[in-house]
Design a protein around this ligand. Structure first.
Ligand SMILES: O=C(O)CC1=CCC(=O)O1
Length: 96
C-alpha cells in the first residue's frame, strides 16, 4: 500500500548541537536503508521548510506505523498521512 506522508521537524531550540547532529545522522542511515528496501520510495524537501514529503510502500497500516515510530526524529515530528490507491488513468503498474 502506498502512503503520502509529510513530516515537519521541530527540534527543541535548546537541544545541544552534538545531540542534534547525532540524531540527524541516525535518521539518514534509517532513511537510506528503507529507501534501499523500496519501502521509502520517494522523499522531497518542502522548499523553505524543515519538512519533507515522502511516499512509503508498506504492507499495511501497522507496517507504516512501525516504520514511522522507528524514525530517530519521530519525537520531534508532526506527521500527516494520506493513504493512496492507484488512479484509473495511471500508466504506472506499480502505483498500488
Ligand atoms: O530532514 C527531514 O526532513 C527529516 C528526515 C527524514 C529522512 C531524513 O534523512 O531526514
Amino acid at each position: 500500500m502506498l502512503y503520502h506522508v509529510s513530516m515537519t521537524v521541530n527540534i527543541p531550540t535548546d537541544m545541544d548541537t552534538a545531540t542534534v547532529e547525532e540524531i540527524k545522522a541516525r535518521e539518514k542511515v534509517y532513511s537510506l536503508d528503507l529507501q534501499r528496501q523500496g519501502i521509502w520510495r520517494h522523499i522531497w524537501r518542502v522548499a523553505g521548510q524543515y519538512e519533507n514529503v515522502s511516499i512509503f510502500d508498506c504492507r499495511d497500516h501497522l507496517h507504516l506505523h512501525e516504520v514511522l515510530m522507528g524514525l530517530p526524529l519521530y519525537p520531534y515530528m508532526n506527521i500527516s498521512i494520506m493513504p493512496l490507491c492507484r488512479h484509473p488513468s495511471s500508466m504506472h503498474e506499480d502505483d498500488k
